[in-house]
Design a protein around this ligand. Structure first.
Ligand code: FMN
Length: 344
């Protein structure tokens, strides 16, 4: 039974951050679950067997409070964080806006989180056989040495992470995205490479959709040289495609429907830069099985969703997974892996 269309108008009367807190609370009250998926959805990336390619994107469960409940909603994997070494409050409220007319979200949360140690004790207690949880790490806003923060994150969170994501693409920590520049990226990834333990989790890199000419090639080159296992394309955009909502001018990162084309274009650029040598994970404006399929055909091995859930509800992951099973059958593929990157 589709309850969400009934609940949504009530949630939308609340301030967006309140509504999000309520969603987290509801998920905390849900018994932890795990989901089963048809074998055709199993995809291997960086040595991990993902039971479904549909994941929950970072930023929804910043403090790793509801990862198992989210797995129970039908996600094949959940990315918690962004977690910084030290707890921090983030930006002043309001800092999260629904742009309903645009089916979009703008956020300038600024890595509000209770810090890595707090999440670590929760993640250490969970039964890891329930499903795949990746840990997204970042740098504290006031850190004197941002690279040291990422090194600290790798060291602290490796024992509880099925994969780690190095997030250098949030627009809400001033200067963070400059770590995508070639020299800074090289320094960051060298430091990460050095601290990674043998047998530790794979490391993914999350990039912005707002990259200049040649940047995807540079990033792919440096990533491959430093043993990055996959690239997540993309984070929110600082650009403002035409928007209707009254919140259009709010500062922060834009996500949801208006990000869709930009994120798809960025994915194609990374696919052409990597030639399929590096697994890609797509995020940005994915709201249906058709959207997910388009990303897979454009080169994504996995996809992640966030903003569309605000509009479509918690059943979206399951609906997309089911739709992908249909797509595979329709197009005559036995598995997701066979379909990856086959467009044109
Ligand atoms: C409210 C909000 C908070 C987010 N926080 C983070 C974060 O902490 N770390 C991160 O890597 N991405 C964060 N993101 C970006 C998402 O993970 C995702 O990359 C982006 O929203 C595009 O996907 P979507 O259009 O499906 O939302 C956040 C997005 C939203 C809407």
């Amino acid at each position: 039974m589709a309850l969400y269309p009934l609940i949504r108008p009530l949630l939308f009367r609340l301030d967006a951050e309140r509504a999000h807190q309520l969603a987290i609370l509801a998920l905390k009250l849900r018994p932890p679950g795990s989901s089963s998926f048809p074998g055709s959805l199993t995809t291997s990336v960086a040595g991990i067997g993902f039971p479904s390619p549909v994941g929950l994107a970072a930023g929804f469960d910043k403090d790793a409070e509801i990862a198992d409940a989210a797995l129970g909603l039908g996600f094949g994997f959940v990315e918690v964080g962004t977690l910084t070494p030290l707890a921090q409050e983030g930006n002043p409220k309001p800092r999260l806006f629904r742009l309903s007319e645009d089916r979009a979200v703008i956020n300038r949360m600024g890595f509000n989180n209770r810090g890595q140690a707090d999440a670590l004790q929760r993640l250490a207690r969970r039964d890891r056989s329930r499903g795949i949880v990746g840990v997204n790490i970042g740098a504290n806003k006031d850190s004197a040495d941002r690279i040291a923060d990422y090194v600290q994150g790798v060291r602290a969170m490796s024992p509880v992470a099925d994969y780690l994501t190095i997030n250098i693409s949030s627009p809400n920590t001033p200067g963070l995205r400059q770590l995508q520049d070639e020299g800074a990226l090289r320094a960051l990834l060298s430091a990460v490479q050095e601290i990674r333990a043998i047998g530790g989790p794979p490391v993914f890199l999350k990039v912005a959709p707002d990259l200049g000419e040649g940047e995807p090639d540079q990033i792919v080159r440096v990533a491959v040289q430093h043993d990055v296992d996959a690239i997540i394309v993309a984070n929110t955009t600082v650009s403002r495609p035409r928007l209707k909502s009254r919140h259009a001018e709010e500062a922060g990162g834009l996500s949801g429907e208006p990000l869709k084309q930009l994120a798809l274009d960025a994915l194609r650029r990374f696919r052409s830069a990597s030639g399929g040598s590096l697994p890609l994970i797509a995020a940005g404006g994915i709201a249906s099985a058709d959207d997910a399929w388009e990303r897979i055909r454009a080169g994504a091995s996995l996809i992640q969703i966030y903003s569309a859930m605000v509009y479509e509800g918690p059943g979206l992951a399951r609906r997309i997974a089911k739709g992908l099973v249909g797509k595979l059958a329709e197009e005559g593929f036995a598995s997701i892996a066979e379909a990856v990157g086959g467009e044109r």
